[in-house]
Design a protein around this ligand. Structure first.
Ligand SMILES: [Zn+2]
Length: 247
C-alpha cells in the first residue's frame, strides 16, 4: 500500500502528464509502490545520491487503454529498449556525489546481483538517480552518463528537512516536473517578519520512514538523445493513479 498523500500527488502528476503529453516523444509506466521505495531509499542514503538500476517485466506491457490516452502527437516508435513495458524492478547499484554516483564499481556485476538477477546479471535497461535537495534537472555529467543507457534515464529530485549539510540548491535552468505544488513557506500568524531560518518552515507533504519531512518531489525522464519521456505512475493493475479524472 502506497501512502495516501503520495497517491494523491501521483494522481496530480499524472494529470499534468496528460495535459502536457504532446511535449513528449514517448511514455514509460512505473509502479507507484516502486516509486515510493525510490523516495525512501533516496532519503535513507543521505547525504549521498543513489543510482538505481531498473528493469521491466516482459509480462507487464503498458495497458493499451492507458498508452492510448497518454500518446503524444510527437510519439516516436522504437525510441528505446523495452519501450511499451512497465518498470517494476529496481535495485540500488551505487551511491556517491553528483559525479561519482555515475561511476559503477568495476566488479558490480560479479557478486552483488548474481543471486537475484540470474542470467540477466548484466546491465539494467533503465536508470534513475536522486538529486537530494536539488531540482530534477540533468547536469552535464548526467547527460554524459545517459549515453550508455539502452532505455531511459530518470531523475528524482527531493526537497526535504532537516537539510543536514545540503541546503536546497535552486540555481538550475530547465523544465521542472513536480508532484503537486512547489514548496512554499507556511504563513505564521505570530510573526510577519522574515527572520533567519524562516525559509525552513516549509509546507510538509509527507514524512518518510527515515524521519525526514518532505517538502517537494520532482520527477523527470529523458532519452539519451535529449528527448523528454512522459512518466505515468500506475498501480499494481497497471492503471494510472487518478484514472477517473484523467479520461
Ligand atoms: Zn544528477
Amino acid at each position: 500500500m502506497v501512502e495516501v498523500w503520495l497517491e494523491k500527488l501521483m494522481a496530480s502528476y499524472n494529470l499534468d502528464s496528460i495535459n502536457s503529453k504532446n511535449s513528449y516523444a514517448a511514455q514509460i509506466h512505473i509502479k507507484g509502490e516502486l516509486f515510493e521505495n525510490l523516495i525512501w531509499w533516496g532519503l535513507q542514503s543521505l547525504p549521498d545520491e543513489i543510482l538505481v538500476g531498473m528493469d521491466v517485466d516482459p509480462d507487464s506491457p503498458h495497458l493499451t487503454e492507458v498508452e492510448d490516452l497518454f500518446r503524444s502527437e510527437q510519439h516516436v516508435d522504437g525510441l528505446f529498449q523495452s519501450q511499451g513495458y512497465q518498470i517494476n524492478e529496481a535495485h540500488i547499484v551505487n551511491r556517491g556525489n553528483s559525479f561519482s554516483v555515475h561511476h559503477l564499481p568495476e566488479d558490480w556485476t560479479d557478486d552483488m546481483f548474481s543471486s537475484n538477477r540470474g542470467s540477466r546479471a548484466g546491465r539494467f535497461t533503465h536508470w534513475l538517480h536522486t538529486h537530494p535537495n536539488a531540482p530534477a534537472i540533468p547536469s552535464e555529467a548526467d547527460a554524459d552518463a545517459a549515453q550508455e543507457t539502452p532505455g531511459i534515464d530518470m531523475i528524482l529530485g527531493l526537497r526535504f528537512s532537516p537539510e543536514g549539510p545540503m541546503p536546497w540548491f535552486n540555481d538550475v535552468e530547465g523544465t521542472r516536473r513536480r508532484l503537486g505544488e512547489e514548496a512554499k513557506p507556511v504563513k505564521s500568524k505570530k510573526s510577519k517578519r522574515r527572520k533567519f531560518g524562516a525559509s525552513k518552515n516549509l509546507s510538509v507533504i509527507g514524512v518518510a520512514p527515515s524521519g525526514h519531512k518532505i517538502h517537494e518531489i520532482q520527477l523527470i525522464a529523458f532519452h539519451k538523445s535529449g528527448l523528454a519521456i512522459n512518466v505515468v505512475l500506475v498501480d499494481n493493475e497497471g492503471m494510472p493513479y487518478g484514472w477517473k479524472d484523467l479520461k
